[in-house]
Design a protein around this ligand. Structure first.
Ligand SMILES: *[C@@H]1O[C@H](CO)[C@@H](O)[C@H](O)[C@H]1NC(C)=O
Ligand SMILES: *[C@@H]1O[C@H](CO)[C@@H](O)[C@H](O)[C@H]1NC(C)=O
Ligand SMILES: *[C@@H]1O[C@H](CO)[C@@H](O)[C@H](O)[C@H]1NC(C)=O
Length: 339
């Protein structure tokens, strides 16, 4: 009784905050738009995650519909989860029997990813092998033009695999794509995964697909530290030596987006584990992702720097503001089916 009263109180407060925020945001946008000359995009690098109400309704129907399809198909004993290779990039059309969601990750030879096939049976997977034996050697297959689950070279950390997946599957994406690290759980390896066991399996099982679809993007981490409220400040004065990502960000932004409107703060909970909708991915043209991939392969920046540049860009690439730090409680309730 007490618990449900408290729940109602929380919901009332949340609805109030949301309304206030929407009103404020609408006002703010109006003011901004008045300030900008007609015909000139306010943020040319941005592809908003807003849907018209009608579109949202259709989307929800689609989700409900595909949900029943999935249930039907999972009762048949197709070999859809047994072969990872067959499932992925070489398949020209998505089979209606495949789950409408995929996990994408980069795997070092030392990573054990068998858990993906046992614990995430209603997900497809795209697991990219990173060659650490010949780190400077280029693979004979290039994800930009070939179907391969090997990265071109060992460069740019997980961003390499994430971008390779988008480029290779852009016209053939399942509705929900989760980009995650290869470790299943445990501390310290998976310290940055939010739940009790730091478990990505638990995380993805609890993922609120409807939120991913309506918001376009969901950071799988809700704990603010590290990352929020102002991790990357490209114009910090004086600069701090250890902040190499921050130092690289302004140039990277200009190169990646051909745009000089570099934000003064970029922030989101750390660690580059997130889920997106295919619709949100496809709001940005394929050529842009190709450009990012080429940039990552060619940049002289160190891996941990170029990888972290993307760590603080993913939310922006997928329609969020440069500072995306939703309150922990709200984030957790939105992203996971636990409230
Ligand atoms: C790079 O790969 C090629 C072909 O796979 C191999 O012959 C060559 O020895 C490799 N180079 C290095 C430096 O490992
Ligand atoms: C990889 O892509 C290139 C460019 O399209 C093509 O010439 C080459 O034959 C492909 N390699 C394989 C093994 O498919
Ligand atoms: C970059 O932006 C400038 C000015 O908006 C434009 O003229 C130029 O064509 C763009 N370059 C690329 C590669 O998109």
């Amino acid at each position: 009784m007490l618990r449900s009263r408290r729940k109602i109180e929380i919901i009332v407060v949340a609805v109030f905050v949301l309304c206030a925020w929407i009103l404020f945001d609408a006002n703010f946008n109006n003011i901004q738009e008045e300030l900008v000359q007609a015909g000139v995009a306010r943020k040319p690098w941005r592809y908003e995650a807003t849907y018209a109400e009608q579109e949202q309704k259709i989307l929800e129907q689609e989700i409900a519909h595909s949900g029943t399809e999935r249930e039907t198909s999972s009762t048949s004993t197709t070999p859809q989860h047994t072969s990872t290779l067959a499932q992925i990039t070489a398949v020209p059309k998505p089979s209606p029997l495949l789950p409408d969601r995929v996990v994408v990750m980069a795997k070092l030879p030392t990573d054990d990813t068998r858990w993906v096939h046992t614990d995430l049976q209603d997900w497809r997977s795209a697991i990219y092998d990173i060659d650490i034996e010949t780190p400077h050697n280029t693979s004979t297959l290039d994800p930009l033009t070939n179907s391969t689950l090997r990265t071109l070279r060992n460069k740019g950390m997980e961003a390499n695999a994430y971008l390779a997946y988008i480029v290779q599957n852009y016209n053939n994406l399942p509705s929900t794509i989760a980009f995650i690290h290869p470790h299943k759980d445990g501390y310290p390896a998976a310290w940055h995964t939010d739940n009790d066991e730091h478990s990505n399996a638990a995380s993805l099982r609890a993922l609120n697909i409807n939120f991913v679809q309506s918001n376009g993007y969901a950071n799988l981490r809700c704990v603010h530290d590290p990352g929020c409220p102002h991790e990357v400040m490209p114009f910090r004065n004086p600069p701090e030596d250890h902040r190499t990502t921050e130092a690289a960000m302004a140039d990277a932004w200009r190169e990646l987006f051909n745009n000089t409107d570099v934000p003064h703060v970029l922030a989101t909970p750390c660690c580059a584990q997130f889920a997106v909708s295919s619709k949100q991915v496809q709001k940005r043209p394929l050529d842009e992702y190709k450009k990012y991939y080429t940039w990552l392969m060619e940049t002289p920046l160190k891996d941990e720097t170029s990888g972290r540049v993307f760590e603080y860009l993913w939310h922006i690439l997928f329609g969020q503001d440069p500072v995306y730090c939703p309150a922990y409680e709200k984030c957790y309730c939105d992203v996971y089916n636990v409230c």
